[in-house]
Each structure stands twice: as structure tokens, then as C-alpha cells.
Design a binder for this molecule. Structure first.
Ligand code: IDP
Ligand code: MG
Length: 162
């Protein structure tokens, strides 16, 4: 599909993934990272931070009119969040598949929320829902210098490029 690695690298997309305070406190960091890593996606940024409430409100600004907005922002800012950027072909859409649907009661078994969470208000993980959101969320959570571009030796085996 891709002629060479350079052309392929230009095609790779990035998404913002965050393990929320419940996932961090429940000791699910390694479990969640391993699902993205084993799939074949590449970690290009990672940090543990406690966002302020204002920051949480900016992150979730699309939901500001929803009744759960205030509680959601209180919750996101209640403890450490593991913020990450993952890279790979189709990672935005497929990352959402790995995560499962918003309400863990409806998430399929085999997904992160399906396997590891029970209620919608404590669904342990966030993932960008589209290309524009991914761009905006990566820019909100990370400085450009925190994004690490590197060639992974696995890529030629994952993608079949020269
Ligand atoms: P998403 O995380 O699957 O993209 P969104 O609709 O963007 O889902 O909602 C953001 C977050 O808000 C959800 O992950 C969940 O934590 C919370 N949330 C969504 N709907 C409800 C609700 O009905 N009650 C409580 N919290 C909710
Ligand atoms: Mg969302």
C-alpha cells in the first residue's frame, strides 16, 4: 500500500488517549497500555498529570450543557490522569473500538470498558472521537516538544513497507 517508510510515516495518524483517575487508582495503567501496544500502535507521548478543574472543563467543553458536566470535570480533576498520544494507521477509529462504547453496561466484552468498567461515570479511559478532536486534544494536553517522532522497528512487519 505504501511505497516506502517516508510516505508511510506521513500517513500515520495520532490520537489522544487518557486513563482517567479511576483507571489510574485501580492499577489498570499497564493493562490498558498493553492493549494499544500489542495491537501495534506506537506510543509517542506520555505523562501523568492532575488536571485543574478549568483544564477539565476545556477538555470536555463540548459537553458543557449536559447535566453531568460539572461532576465529570470534578472527577477528571480529582487525581492523576495518564495522558498519552498513540500513533498508527486508523488509530483514532480503532482506538475507540478497543475502548468500547461510552456506557460500560453496553460495551462489548473484549473492549477496555467492557472488560474493566461497570458504570458510565467511571469508565476509566478517554479517546478522541475524530481527526479534528484528536488534533485539538493533543494540542491541549501536550507541547509539540513532548511528542516524540521515531521509527519503530516493528513497523515494517506491522505495515509491510519496504
Ligand atoms: P466518550 O468518553 O465515550 O467519548 P462522551 O459522550 O464524549 O463519551 O462523554 C464523555 C464522558 O462523560 C464519558 O466518557 C463519561 O465519563 C461521561 N458521561 C457521558 N455520559 C454520561 C452520563 O450519562 N452520566 C454520567 N457521565 C457521563
Ligand atoms: Mg467523547
Amino acid at each position: 500500500m505504501f511505497q516506502d517508510q517516508e510516505a508511510h510515516a506521513a500517513e500515520l495518524e495520532r490520537t489522544f488517549i487518557a486513563i482517567k483517575p479511576d483507571g489510574v487508582q485501580r492499577g489498570l495503567i499497564a493493562e490498558i497500555i498493553s492493549r494499544f501496544e500489542r495491537k501495534g500502535y506506537k506510543l509517542v507521548a506520555i505523562k501523568l498529570i492532575v488536571p485543574s478543574k478549568e483544564f477539565a472543563q476545556t477538555h470536555y467543553h463540548d459537553l458543557k450543557d449536559r447535566p453531568f458536566f460539572n461532576g465529570l470535570c470534578d472527577f477528571l480533576s480529582s487525581g492523576p490522569v495518564l495522558a498519552m498520544v498513540w500513533e498508527g494507521e486508523g488509530v483514532i477509529k480503532y482506538g475507540r473500538k478497543l475502548i468500547g462504547t461510552t456506557d460500560p453496561q453496553k460495551s462489548e466484552p473484549g473492549t477496555i470498558r467492557g472488560d474493566l468498567a461497570v458504570v458510565v461515570g467511571r469508565n476509566i479511559i478517554h479517546g478522541s472521537d475524530g481527526p479534528e478532536t484528536a488534533r485539538n486534544e493533543i494540542a491541549l494536553w501536550f507541547e509539540p516538544s513532548e511528542l516524540v517522532s521515531y521509527a519503530s522497528n516493528a513497523e515494517k512487519w506491522l505495515y509491510g513497507v519496504n
